[in-house]
Ligand binder design. Structure first.
Ligand SMILES: Cc1ncc(COP(=O)(O)O)c(C=O)c1O
Length: 367
C-alpha cells in the first residue's frame, strides 16, 4: 500500500460557515446518482506567471467569480481528471492509483500549454478534500466519492496565447451508478460521420473541448436508441478508438484480448491499464492493436469474438451487448455480461475496495 509524500504547498483551511445539515446530507447521499450532488468543500490553488503556485486553500464550496474575458471562456484552456475514493473493508477511505491521475493531469497540462502541478500537490489536494468531506460518502450499495480535479485559464485577456493566470480546483461528488438505467450491458452506436480526435490533436488529453465536441455524436446515438457512441479513427473511419468516456476491450474464444493502442488519439485510461495488467497476470494474451469495425462485425457473427466491454473510472467495467452503425446491427456473445468481463470487473473492484490483496501498490489510504 502506497503512502503519501509530504505536500510541498501549505493549504490554508477555511471553515464552512453553514455546512449542510446532517439530515439533508443523509438524504442526499442515499441515492446520489452521478454528478448531481456535491459536498460542502473544495480545494483551490492559484497560479500566476512569475509566482507559480500559491494561495492553496481548502474551504467552503461555492460559486467562482470570473472576469468575462477569462481566457477559458473564449479559447477553452481547461483540463480535468476524474477519480474515486472508495471505502475499504476496515472503514478507511482510499484512492485508486491517484499518482496516475496526477501524471495524466500534467500530460494534459503540457498539451494545453498550461503549468504543471507537482504530483504530490495534486494528490494532497485530493486527499484533503476526501478527509474533510468523508461524511459525504454515499450509503447506496457500490457507492463511491467521485473527485473532480480541474484547472482553467483565469486571466482576463483576449489574445490567443497561453494564459498567465490559472486556477486549480478539486470538487467532490457522492456517486452511485453511472448509467441511469443500471443495465447489465450497454448498447453502442458506432459513428461513421463524427470523429473524436485526429492524429496530432488533443485526443490523449483530458480537456473539456474533447467532451464538448462529443455531445452531438452522443446525442445522435441516444436519439437512435443507443446508450453510448463509439468513435472510429479520423483518417480512415475504420478503426475502433473508444467511447465518449470509456476505453474498449474485445475478448476472443482463444482467451486473448485486444484493446486499441494508445497513439495520441485516445485517452490513456487508468482502468484500461489496470485491466491489461490483471489480464496478463492471469496468463491471458492482451494485444494493444488496431481492430476495425468490419472485423468486429465479422468476429461477432462467427463467434470468434465472445465478449466485449467498456471501461473507465465512472462505470468501472461495463459489458457491451448490441452494436450498430449505418451498416447494420449485431450482438456480441449472448448480449449480456460474459465470464471474463464479470471476473475482471470483480477482481478490479475487490482491489479498489480493499477486499483483495493490493499486490501492485495501487491503493492509497487517505486516513
Ligand atoms: C474519453 C475517455 N476515455 C477513457 C476514459 C477512461 O479513463 P479512466 O479509466 O482513467 O477513467 C475516460 C474517463 O476518464 C474518458 O473520458
Amino acid at each position: 500500500m502506497a503512502t503519501l509524500a509530504d505536500p510541498r504547498i501549505d493549504f490554508t483551511r477555511v471553515d464552512h460557515p453553514a455546512p449542510t445539515s446532517a439530515p439533508a446530507r443523509v438524504q442526499a447521499i442515499a441515492d446520489p446518482g452521478f454528478g448531481k450532488v456535491f459536498t460542502d468543500h473544495m480545494v483551490t490553488i492559484e497560479w500566476s506567471d512569475g509566482r507559480g503556485w500559491h494561495d492553496a486553500m481548502i474551504g467552503p464550496r461555492g460559486p467562482l467569480t470570473l472576469d468575462p474575458a477569462a481566457a477559458v471562456l473564449h479559447y477553452a484552456q481547461e483540463i480535468f481528471e476524474g477519480l474515486k475514493a472508495y471505502r475499504l473493508a476496515d472503514g478507511a477511505m482510499a484512492l485508486f492509483r491517484p499518482d496516475e491521475n496526477a501524471r495524466r493531469f500534467n500530460a494534459s497540462a503540457d498539451r494545453l500549454a498550461m503549468p504543471t502541478l507537482p504530483d504530490e500537490t495534486f494528490i494532497e489536494a485530493v486527499r484533503r478534500l476526501v478527509e474533510i468531506d468523508r461524511e459525504w460518502f454515499p450509503t447506496v450499495e457500490g457507492g463511491s466519492l467521485y473527485l473532480r480535479p480541474f484547472m482553467f485559464a483565469s486571466e482576463a485577456f483576449l489574445g490567443v496565447r497561453p494564459a498567465k493566470h490559472y486556477k486549480f480546483l478539486v470538487i467532490a461528488s457522492p456517486a452511485g451508478n453511472y448509467f441511469k438505467s443500471g443495465v447489465p450491458a450497454v448498447s453502442i452506436w458506432v459513428s461513421q460521420d463524427y470523429t473524436r480526435a485526429a492524429p496530432g490533436g488533443t485526443g490523449a488529453a483530458k480537456c473539456g473541448g474533447n467532451y464538448a465536441a462529443s455531445l452531438v455524436p452522443h446525442a445522435a446515438a441516444v436519439a437512435r436508441g443507443f446508450d453510448q457512441v463509439c468513435f472510429l479513427d479520423a483518417a480512415e473511419h475504420r478503426w475502433i478508438e473508444e467511447l465518449g468516456g470509456m476505453n474498449v476491450f474485445f475478448a476472443f474464444d482463444d482467451g486473448s484480448l485486444i484493446t486499441p493502442p494508445l497513439g495520441g488519439t485516445i485517452l490513456p485510461g487508468i482502468t484500461r491499464d489496470s485491466l491489461i495488467r490483471l489480464a496478463r497476470e492471469e496468463g491471458l494474451e492482451v494485444r494493444e492493436e488496431r481492430y476495425s469495425l468490419g472485423q468486429w462485425r465479422a468476429d461477432a457473427a462467427s463467434g470468434r469474438l465472445v465478449e466485449c466491454f467498456a471501461c473507465g473510472t465512472a462505470a468501472v467495467v461495463t459489458p457491451i451487448g448490441r452494436v450498430a452503425s449505418d451498416d447494420g446491427e449485431f450482438t456480441v456473445g449472448g448480449g449480456g455480461p460474459g465470464q471474463l468481463t464479470t471476473r475482471l470487473r470483480a477482481r478490479l473492484v475487490a482491489i479498489q475496495r480493499g477486499e483483495a490483496e493490493d499486490r501492485h501498490g495501487w491503493v492509497t489510504r487517505v486516513d
